[in-house]
Design a protein around this ligand. Sequence first.
Ligand SMILES: [Zn+2]
Ligand SMILES: [Zn+2]
Length: 205
Amino acid sequence: MAINHPLQCKCGTIKAVVNDPRSANRVVCYCRDCQAFAHFLGRESDVLDERGGSDIVQTLPANVTFTQGLEKLACIRLTPKGLVRWYAGCCHTPIGNTLATPKLSFIGLVHTCLETPGKPLDDAFGPVRSRVNPDSARGTPKPGAAGLGSIIVWFLSKVVWARFNGDYKRTPFFVAETGMPIVTPRVLSREEHETVMNAVRAAAR
Ligand SMILES: [Zn+2]
Ligand SMILES: [Zn+2]
């Protein structure tokens, strides 16, 4: 079984490996904010499935090791309190979503940066176990919510444990001394937010 899985942006500037891929949890999230992130990057056709879902691999940041291009990482927040959404500044490939603090240690990696010829995500990380925020999916009938239990089990067994054993401190996305993101997230302006949410609504029709 593979001990790691490659992560890279579309242009190949940013490269990383995701260790212990089998410990990850796969979720499809249909929420409007995940859709908005894909639209913001102009990557909606690569990122979103036909129902507007984003295939997300939840893992511990401690499992992500950058081998090149870390200085090209950029991040935004859709709103002042929103998730920190990381992407490749070079080519606008989405990387993943974290909280604004390293203490709750998880990153939801967006599938786009994990797709590797000959290494299907199902083989590396296992199948999608959960579907969340189906009310925001495009079209009808809405997909059913599924697998909330497996997210909770994953969260308790991995994220809470990382907080206890100190693994949360091992993260390439935050500065160890300050607990601040390695680059300051840019919060979208009200106008930018409105533009991107309008794009989400337009795509839903
Ligand atoms: Zn790139
Ligand atoms: Zn979402």
